[in-house]
Design a binder for this molecule. Structure first.
Ligand code: SF4
Length: 133
């Protein structure tokens, strides 16, 4: 996603960034697809969690300028939220699929499951405070 670095429009306010755990489990796939769906719908922009873990300077700088940060985790291990915190960022919104009844190993990346997480992500972002005002 390097082509997106520095492309945030300065006149439209601080961007909303979306980080999914994108884990190997089915719920990780649902989280990943929901983040992509939220991006397609214009709710924010999926961004690279691995860049936070790898301390990639451009990704850290873009994340530091975010207006809202949504973390989407497949299960209670909260890998996305914790990776952000290790990088010095607090998610302003958090969706955990296991809290929505999506059980690891029993929750395929179906259209229905992805749509429900997209809706939860939208609601969480609507309720989230702006990180910079
Ligand atoms: S939050 Fe759960 S599903 Fe997501 S990467 Fe971590 S262990 Fe895997």
């Amino acid at each position: 996603m390097a082509e997106n670095q520095g492309n945030a429009c300065a006149c439209s306010g601080a961007p909303t960034l979306i980080f999914a755990c994108s884990g190997a489990a089915d719920v990780g796939a649902v989280a990943d697809q929901a983040a992509r769906g939220l991006t397609r719908e214009g709710a924010g922009k999926m961004y690279c969690l691995a860049g936070i873990g790898g301390r990639v300077p451009g990704i850290l700088a873009t994340t530091a300028a975010a207006g809202k940060i949504l973390a989407i985790d497949g299960c209670a291990l909260d890998c996305a939220k914790n990776t952000l915190e290790q990088g010095g960022f607090a998610a302003s919104a958090h969706v955990r699929l296991s809290d929505m009844g999506l059980e690891k190993g029993k929750s395929p990346a179906s259209e229905e499951n992805i749509a429900s997480v997209i809706e939860a992500g939208k609601a969480a972002l609507d309720a989230a405070p702006e990180l910079r005002t």
